[in-house]
Ligand binder design. Structure first.
Ligand code: DPP
Ligand code: ZN
Length: 884
């Protein structure tokens, strides 16, 4: 496999003005007839036409109507080459493919009984020969022909322009998409589906038909997605001035899908897990995911489709911006603070680990072997943080101007991240040259802060310094342009801020927040007229994706927890406080089996738990200890067992000490919620999150009454959130005495959910993620279960992913059995679905973070994968890069 470099980018040799496709779908083969109107790029007069094609059988090829003979062209595994062509011509070819055998779920494939496509990033070349690159944009017309009874619904992008009957029970439908697009946005669906319809009137008064296609059994599960779609359409008009452009917007739900969903023009294809929702099968988190993903894909219509990427190194141009847009949308639909905390929490425990691992890459990578490996937390989530920093630096108003300018300048074009930033720079008059390091350099910067109060001068000096560890693409780093949002907390609350001298910073209208811009390795900012020694509250709203180092005492953290109005900092202070307490326990565990837990944490938690003024969802978040992953991230070598035991010890201490408070909290909310049927609105979600946090702590005590309460919730619940919360608390409980109860509840749940694939996935996951010893044996038996399906990525993610990525203590068992198991699975999956195999492999690549013995076992597992003959480029890239 060979490496592709951003620096080697060169414009295409040919352009495809028109693409006319005809698909003849049969059970054994599919015939694809393609007619392309091609024009040479006049800047490249001598270049031959090289079309991409993979796993396709070429039946015939013609130029301007003349059929070519085999000597007129060359074909290899990945391309079709024709030389000596005129400047403009018609290329036609017929290819034969076998979608029913396509287990990679890339290109045209079958999910259960339905034909569907996934073309991003480079799947179109598995359908027919084409210039499969995003800077080749073309107008597509697609005719789909299939058996009418089996496939009554035939779809492609754009508007339906014709339909008819054929002999032999077959029929056809033709679609035309008037907007130019790259092949990665092409889609086709053929199946026996029903549709649920609704309408949306755009800001200019156009009527849009909204249509969701599902299997008949899922008819009652798309109302929520439909409403989310309408909310997203309205929001994009209100917040970004973006209106939908076609007359119809379609979503199709499919079971077997590598990603969450895909933004194909006018015909989004969704993993069922990201579109279907019902109270009995979907948790609150599931509802929020549906809302977020529906919006994300819809937003791509502008940030991705109307303006797309020049090449795949620019992936974050559309993904970072679109994630930022969907995060803000979800924030507006629910609680902005809760959303921010959840996003940051995920970024810090997952993206930071990626940035510190062997696959670390800049938001705009400079090279890759297989682009599928770069649909990462860095490109998506860190990319969104970078866009957020741009907004923080220039303000909401200028940001909107910049986005308007970007869309106006580049509508219908395939552009670069530099083009996006240039629009922001031009609209705001700001200089973003140093800022570009966020796109070009990998790694999480460390931001160290030191405060110094001078009582005589009434000044507070804040010295900010930055550094960034080496990453594969660069050993040394240029400084980042870091916006640091700061408040100074006095005894009574935030102090009014004023800065000495001419520094790069801005102060909010209420004078309570300053955004300091750190642009070199170290700078000191001096606040004046500070009447008392303040506690600085740093990185408000998590204003930059950095690791903050400030030597807070517990008292200072306590002040932030009680006085800060910024929800993120308040939550983070509670996390940092808990980290200090857990660290003490970890240190003490070396010498004593049952060390004490700092009582002041309990008191802080008690205050939070009984604070009626706080949003219940915030209370739940503040009472959640840092995850094992996040604790591990603070360590040079992750001490898996000690982290697990120390954290558990603290959990148990909190549970026992605050038992009465948790019970009162549980009963109160339980009663409030019981008054009305389930609803996934923000207020009810918040209450359920706190109630179930309380339940988890109650079960942690192991008291029989608590187990009874949990069992009662499991049995009486009318919604999946409460059912899963109760089931999880029981199944994950270490209490051996309830083994029979666990088994009975699991059996009961399966009996109820058998026919609900998405519920069964959660049933799989709750078992695969159980920290109780023996999880591997459970996982192995789940893979033999009648409901397990090795071709379905959701099942793989639930069982294998659940165990390897969300069950540290069992996956990292000292015996190495978890590693060996994962290697076996990767070797098997590599031939079947390389994208999923490569993704599931991630935990093994982090071997450097573990002790020597585990390192060796993990490397052995990686080596075994590498030794597999015919390894896919996807897995090859990840394994080789991680073994360096
Ligand atoms: N469908 C994926 C997403 O929307 C890739 N574009 O992020
Ligand atoms: Zn996306």
């Amino acid at each position: 496999p060979k490496t592709i470099y951003l620096k080697d980018y060169s414009a295409p040799d040919y352009f495809i003005e028109k693409t006319e496709l005809e698909f003849d779908l049969f059970e054994a083969d599919t015939l694809v007839r393609s007619k392309l109107t091609i024009a040479r790029n006049t800047a490249k007069p001598a270049a031959p036409l090289v079309l991409n094609g993979q796993n396709v059988e070429l039946v015939s090829v013609a130029i301007n109507g003349e059929v070519l003979s085999a000597s007129d062209y060359t074909v290899d595994d990945v391309s079709l080459t024709i030389s000596n062509l005129p400047d403009t011509f018609i290329f036609e070819c017929v290819t034969k493919i076998q979608p029913q055998d396509n287990t990679s779920l890339e290109g045209l494939y079958k999910s259960r009984t339905m034909f569907c496509t996934q073309c991003e990033a480079e799947g179109f070349r598995k359908i027919t020969y084409y210039l499969d690159r995003p800077d080749v944009m073309s107008v597509f017309t697609t005719k789909v022909i299939a058996d009418k009874q089996k496939f009554p619904v035939l779809l492609s992008n754009g508007n339906e322009v014709g339909a008819g009957e054929l002999d032999g029970g077959r029929h056809w439908v033709e679609w035309n998409d008037p907007f130019k697009k790259p092949a990665y946005l092409f889609a086709l669906v053929a199946g026996d589906l029903i549709n649920v319809d609704s309408h949306f009137t755009t800001q200019s008064g156009r009527e849009i038909l909204l249509r969701i296609f599902i299997e008949p059994k899922d008819k009652n599960k798309c109302d929520y997605a439909m409403q989310a779609l309408k909310n997203a359409m309205r929001w994009d008009e209100d917040v970004y001035g973006r209106e939908y452009d076609l007359d119809i917007f379609m979503i199709v739900a499919v079971d077997d899908f590598n990603m969450g969903a895909m933004e194909n023009k006018g015909l989004n294809i969704f993993n069922t897990s990201c579109v279907l929702a019902s109270p009995e099968t979907t948790t609150d988190a599931g509802y929020q995911r549906v809302e977020g993903v529906v919006a994300h894909e819809y937003f791509h219509n502008w940030s991705g489709n109307r303006v797309t990427c020049r090449d795949w190194f620019q992936l974050s141009l559309k993904e970072g911006f679109t994630v930022f847009r969907d995060e803000e949308f979800s924030a507006d639909m629910g609680s902005p603070t809760v959303k921010r905390v959840e996003d940051v929490s995920m970024l810090r425990s997952m993206q930071f680990a990626e940035d510190a691992g062997p696959m670390a890459h800049p938001v705009q990578p400079s090279s890759f072997i297989e682009i599928s490996n770069f649909y990462t937390l860095t490109v998506y989530e860190k990319g969104a943080e970078v866009v957020r920093m741009i907004r923080t630096l220039i303000g909401a108003e200028q940001f909107r101007k910049g986005s308007d300018l970007y869309f106006e300048r580049h509508d219908g074009q395939a552009v670069t991240i530099e083009d996006f930033v240039a629009a922001m720079a031009d609209a705001s008059g700001r200089d973003f040259s140093l800022f570009m390091n966020w796109y070009k350099q990998a790694g999480t910067p460390k931001l160290s802060a030191k405060g110094d109060y001078n009582a005589a001068n009434k000044t507070f000096s804040l010295t900010l310094s930055q550094s960034c560890p080496p990453t594969p693409e660069s050993q040394t780093k240029q400084p980042f342009h870091i916006p640091v949002a700061v408040a100074l907390l006095g005894k009574e609350g935030a102090l009014k801020l004023s800065l000495q001298g001419d520094v790069q910073a801005s102060i909010s209208a209420d004078q309570q927040e300053a955004v300091l811009e750190l642009t070199s390795s170290s700078q000191t900012f001096v606040f004046e007229n500070v009447d008392e020694p303040p506690v600085p509250s740093l990185l408000r709203g998590f204003s930059a994706p950095v690791k903050l180092a400030y030597n807070y005492s517990r008292e200072e953290l306590g002040r932030i927890i009680t006085l800060e109005t910024d929800g993120f900092c308040r939550w983070d202070a509670s996390q940092q406080y808990a980290l200090l307490v857990i660290a003490d326990v970890m240190a003490a565990l070396v010498n004593e089996p049952a060390p004490a837990v700092d009582e002041s944490l309990i008191e802080a938690y008690r205050t939070v738990l009984t604070n009626d003024a706080l949003d219940p969802a915030m209370i739940a978040l503040m009472l959640s200890l840092p995850s094992e992953d996040y604790i591990g991230d603070q360590q040079a070598i992750v001490d898996v067992d000690t982290i697990h035991h120390a954290r558990n010890r603290v959990v148990r201490k909190i549970a026992l000490s605050l038992h009465a408070e948790f019970l009162a909290c549980y009963n109160k909310i339980h009663q409030e919620l019981s008054a009305a049927p389930y609803s996934p609105d923000a207020t009810s979600i918040a209450k359920r999150s706190l109630k179930n946090k309380a339940l988890a702590y109650l079960v942690e005590t192991g008291k029989p009454e608590a187990i009874e309460l949990c069992k009662a919730q499991f049995e009486q619940s009318d919604n999946m959130t409460d059912t899963m919360a109760a089931l999880t608390a029981l199944v994950h409980s270490p209490k051996a005495a309830i083994a029979d109860l666990k088994a009975a509840c699991l059996a009961q749940a399966y009996g109820k959910w058998k026919e609900e694939s998405l519920a069964v996935n959660q049933w799989f996951a709750v078992q695969a993620t159980s920290p109780v010893p023996g999880a591997l044996a459970v996982v192995e038996s789940l893979m033999q279960h009648e409901a397990f399906d090795i071709r379905n990525p959701n099942k793989l993610r639930a069982v294998i992913g659940g165990f390897a990525m969300r069950n540290s203590i069992n996956f990292h068992d000292r015996s190495g059995s978890g590693y060996a198991f994962l290697a076996d699975q990767i070797i098997k999956l590599d031939s079947q679905n390389p994208q999923v195999a490569s993704r599931l492999l991630t935990p093994l690549t982090r071997w450097k973070k573990y002790d020597e013995k585990r390192q060796q076992l993990m490397r052995d597992a990686l080596q075994r994968i590498l030794d597999k003959p015919g390894l896919s480029p996807d897995v090859y890239e990840v394994v080789t890069k991680s073994m360096v």
